[in-house]
Design a protein around this ligand. Structure first.
Ligand SMILES: *[C@@H]1O[C@H](CO)[C@@H](O)[C@H](O)[C@H]1NC(C)=O
Length: 981
């Protein structure tokens, strides 16, 4: 759901939009780039870029930040000292407390604060109560673990100029903290990986009193206004641009800045690294581009400032709806990363430079360094440094800090059918019935804003939805769910108890004067719940109780949209930065956290709808921050029904995965506009491989439920949906791994094959979990072929035909991909699970038997894989109520054992686990089975019993691998062994 883009800022236009639902709303325009700031229009970004240019352009530049040597102490894994910042020619300084923490995980953390100043030294706007501290609560919202200090960290050397600390696993990490100027050099195995302030761009804009400009000299009668000569107007390049220190305008909005300039910025260099990834969300390639101009580069820095970007443009560093300030650098066989914990508006410049230390090497053996420059508007300087060395190490350590993906209910990874809007109960029931009629499995149907009584959340339009429970019950009869939208803007209108209560209890965000903030969103005039406030969250939870939000039931779940927050008449379509939140923090300090706190409040609210109801909540969010993965799923916002948006969705979803928030997807079909049938079909084929799989459409888009496409499209889309459903056991297993240690669900080549340099820029194909399924969706019109890049020497089989792909490591190989075909290869060496019986919803598959697919590796005799299963809805899995199997093929034996080496017999079985004992591995399909298996029997041994089964063998032919089908019929929950005679 977008901001009312083309009408932004025009009240009259809003009024017409709100008064007629069918308002003409032409989505043909691209985002108005000028509605969003460029660096040059953002005072602190412009200042810091200028600072960088000045520093880098001055050969004698010396960073004015020096550690007071006598201030330093090292104790229990932590170095503390004071940095003095020299602020003028007179040598005056301000004191910045420095803490460098070495954590048990091997992660290091560098924090720079500013000493609290004397009362009254910072002039605040009259009557307001904005805090005079640097915002230091981001940690409270974001970090959930991993902060234990490494007591083994030790000082390797120390003198008046520096201190060297050894830390991390086997003390192979080292931090060299130099004092004058302050820099930190992080080394692994003796060589530099990441350097802080190496280029001297550290800039903590210290607080200063506001000096009122002298009043203009009085004009004498008759005297002409004296014009400044152009000479006088020219700015002195060494002088800071003070024009945006105390207030700053953009469009018609003026941001008042009671604390004045207070940005924090730092250069972070990745030594010897020429690829960087992460910092979603942006619509661009997975491997981040350079940002200071030049051919093929961006002109502007990557921006992180959650915003409702109406019809976003592609291949751009512009900000989008969510922000994760986690960046990973990669080169052959080595990965390192930084996590910049700051929730204010942030810009990141990226440049790359050849290291030309040895002029005689003529570029041979010279390496590329990636230089980054991080600039945040306010708050602490707080950066975590992760030294890898693998991409998996980075995602795991990052997850230790910010948490992992919440284990979803199984339905949440099925297919979701959405549009703005399903108009009535009959409409919903009809779509539900038609999906069945056309044999299209799906789990969830969604209601956008129109289901409410005039955009008052927690109400229903009684005309169109007189009996929502009857609708919920029809869905429930097939195990299906309903998702309703609930946004953070609360309609400002009489006779609406929700808004009355929120006002009375003062639970809304305030404006700079401390009064309730009023702005415009879907309902017209609105107020915004302040989810930073514990009382507000508690109140929010009360609204979701079944007797409060009437018409909802246990299969109703929630969608949080517009939580950047989107404010139609606000600066950049969001909230004024000088608004005030709980604790009197300015919105400026917490902007990027806002969406997460709201999403989290909703997650906890639905979790507590009824005492004793312990179903895992499903809540989708549009805005997010580091940590949002703990409470739900996200989607990439309001995309367009265009081929290039389909293409762009792949790197965007991959980027979410490596940045710790893998439960993500793009709107299938494209939100704005009308996809042609080929595009819609291809989008379903790609969407079947997004971790979050939802079709959605704008209110002005034509109906496009997948059964409407007509032949042959409907059939092809139905097969894509069924493919998703048959692979749900493997998806669920991949989600479980993400839940355990933060591993991405779909994985780019650099992640799975970190030694292959040629794969570092590839972002249009990916592996699914540990299945070995390599997918490359078709994202071009009229394309009937794709070229896979093959990352290793394994054997690859076509998923559908078992054809052996003739290829070798590093080669590209063409695969035919007519419209009915999704290009999916199976890498040899894996075993993965499917459920092959087509059903209407995932709930109806709950007790179905499994098929295991074994893809024999290049050695001709081995493969392995795993399967995780639980009841798919409750938290009983936290108490051991799950099945986690490891499958191994070794020569002629295929075996199943507990993947975690548990003594499963000793686990007391609840209802689900008891019944699950009866679920079977119906059959095993062995692709690439050796010819010696032909006509053989197998012996199956399980739980003290032995029986035999036949090998149904099909010999290799015409490039297709041989395969064997064995009807095993052993319990999925038990140990077993299948031996080929
Ligand atoms: C989520 O909500 C819970 C319950 O109100 C609260 O304790 C926690 O701090 C919140 N976390 C975030 C990230 O908002």
């Amino acid at each position: 759901m977008p901001a009312a883009g083309p009408m932004s800022g025009k009240w009259t236009a809003y009024l017409c939009l709100f008064s007629t639902l069918s308002a003409v709303f032409t989505p043909a325009l691209a985002v108005k780039e000028h509605d969003f700031k460029k660096c040059v229009q953002s005072g602190f970004c412009k200042r810091n870029r200028a600072f960088a240019d000045h520093a880098l352009g001055t050969s004698s530049w010396e960073s004015p930040y020096n550690v007071l040597p006598e201030s330093g102490t090292f104790k229990d894994g932590q170095f503390q000292a004071t940095i003095l910042k020299t602020i003028n020619d007179k040598g005056e300084t301000v004191r910045l407390p420095l803490t460098v923490s070495f954590l048990e995980s091997g992660t290091a953390r560098v924090t720079v604060d500013e000493e609290k100043r004397q009362k009254g030294e910072i002039e605040l706007r009259h009557g307001s109560k904005a805090r005079k501290e640097r915002y230091n609560e981001a940690e409270q919202w974001v970090i959930v673990g991993g902060l234990g200090l490494d007591k083994e960290a030790k000082v390797a050397s120390q003198d008046k100029t520096q201190i060297t600390v050894q830390y991390g696993p086997s003390s192979k990490f080292e931090a060299v903290i130099r004092f004058s100027p302050f820099t930190v050099d992080f080394k692994r195995d003796g060589s530099s990986q990441i350097k802080l302030n190496d280029r001297g761009l550290l800039n903590v804009e210290h607080w200063r009193p506001k000096i009122e400009p002298p009043p203009p000299p009085e004009k004498k009668e008759g005297e002409e206004e004296k014009e400044e000569t152009p000479e006088e107007k020219k700015e002195d390049p060494s002088k800071e641009d003070e024009s945006t220190w105390w207030d700053e305008s953009f469009g018609t909005n003026t941001d008042t800045k009671p604390r004045g300039p207070e940005a924090v910025a730092l250069d972070i260099s990745f030594v010897g690294y020429d690829h960087v990834y992460g910092i979603p969300s942006h619509a661009g390639p997975l491997a981040l581009k350079q940002t200071r101009g030049g051919e093929g580069n961006y002109e502007d820095p990557y921006r992180l400032y959650n915003a409702d970007v109406f019809e976003y443009i592609l291949d751009s560093p512009m900000t989008l709806y969510g922000a994760i300030p986690f960046m990973q650098a990669h080169r052959k066989d080595s990965s390192v990363g930084v996590f910049w914990l700051n929730a204010a508006e942030t810009w990141i410049d990226i440049t790359k430079a050849k290291d030309s230390k040895n002029p005689l090497s003529l570029g041979i053996g010279s390496k590329t360094n990636t230089h980054t420059h991080w600039i945040s508007e306010s708050g602490l300087l707080d950066v975590f440094v992760l030294l890898g060395p693998t991409p998996h190490d980075l995602t795991e350590k990052y997850a230790e800090l910010t948490g992992t993906t919440a284990m979803p209910q199984e339905f949440a990874i099925g297919y979701h059918q959405c549009r703005w809007n399903y108009n009535s109960e009959e409409d919903v029931k009809d779509v539900d019935a038609k999906m069945d009629k056309f044999k299209m499995p799906y789990d969830v149907i969604w209601l956008d804003i129109e289901y409410t009584d005039e955009k008052k959340y927690f109400t229903w339009d009684s005309h169109s939805f007189p009996d929502p429970i009857s609708m919920g019950k029809q869905l429930e009869s097939h195990g299906r769910k309903l998702v309703t939208i609930i946004d953070p803007h609360i309609k400002n209108v009489d006779n609406y108890p929700v808004v009355a209560e929120m006002k009375a209890k003062e639970l809304a965000v305030k404006n700079k004067d401390g009064n309730i903030f009023e702005g415009w969103c879907w309902p017209g005039s609105s107020h915004w719940i302040d989810a930073f406030s514990p009382a507000a969250r508690e109140w929010w939870a009360s609204l979701f109780k079944y007797d409060s939000f009437k018409g909802t039931m246990e299969n109703t779940w929630i969608w949080n949209d517009m939580n950047e927050p989107s404010v139609f008449n606000g600066p950049e379509t969001t909230m004024p930065k000088d608004n005030l939140h709980y604790g009197n923090w300015e919105h400026r300090d917490v902007h990027n956290l806002n969406g997460m706190t709201f999403h989290n409040a909703t997650h906890h609210a639905v979790k507590s709808r009824k005492a004793g109801e312990l179903k895992r909540p499903f809540v989708l969010t549009r805005a997010f921050f580091a940590g949002s993965q703990r409470v739900g799923a996200m989607w990439t916002g309001d995309n367009q029904a265009a081929w290039d948006h389909l293409k762009a969705s792949i790197p965007m979803v991959l980027s979410q995965g490596i940045a710790g928030f893998p439960f993500s997807g793009a709107d299938v079909g494209g939100f704005f506009g009308n996809p042609g049938k080929e595009l819609l079909t291809r989008w379903y084929q790609a969407g079947a491989f997004y971790p979050f799989f939802r079709g959605h459409a704008h209110i002005d888009a034509r109906r496009r439920e997948p059964y409407l496409a007509g032949g042959p499209y409907t059939t092809i889309i139905a097969s894509a949906l069924r493919l998703r459903y048959s692979l749900l056991p493997s998806w669920y297993t991949a989600f479980h791994q993400a839940y355990v240690d933060g591993t991405p669900i779909i994985r780019p080549m650099f992640y799975t094959h970190p030694s292959e340099e040629a794969g570092l820029d590839i972002d249009d194909q990916f592996f699914v979990g540990n299945t070995g399924l390599l997918v490359k969706p078709v994202t071009d019109e009229n394309r009937v072929m794709v070229d896979f890049w093959i990352p290793d020497d394994e054997v690859y089989y076509d998923y559908f035909t078992y054809e052996i792909i003739p290829t070798s490591k590093g080669k590209r190989v063409n695969l035919d991909a007519p419209l009915e075909k999704i290009p999916v290869l199976m890498q040899g060496g894996h075993i993965f699970a499917r459920r092959d019986r087509p059903r209407r919803s995932s709930a109806l598959m709950k007790w179905d038997d499994y098929t295991l697919v074994v893809t024999i590796g290049k050695d001709g005799k081995s493969a392995q894989g795993d399967l995780y299963v639980d009841d798919g809805e409750s938290y009983d899995f936290e108490k051991g109520q799950y099945i986690h199997r490891k499958f191994v093929l070794d020569g002629k034996t295929i075996s199943s054992s507990d993947a975690e080496g548990r003594d499963v017999k000793s686990i007391k079985k609840g209802d689900w686990l008891k019944r699950a004992q009866g679920i079977l591995v119906d059959k095993i399909v062995v692709v690439g089975a050796p010819s010696s298996w032909a006509d053989k029997e197998v012996t199956v041994e399980s739980e003290g019993k032995t029986w035999t089964a036949k090998v149904d063998y099909t010999a290799a032919a015409n490039g297709r691998a041989a395969f064997a089908i064995i009807k095993v019929k052993a319990s999925i929950a038990a140990d077993w062994k299948v031996v080929v005679a």
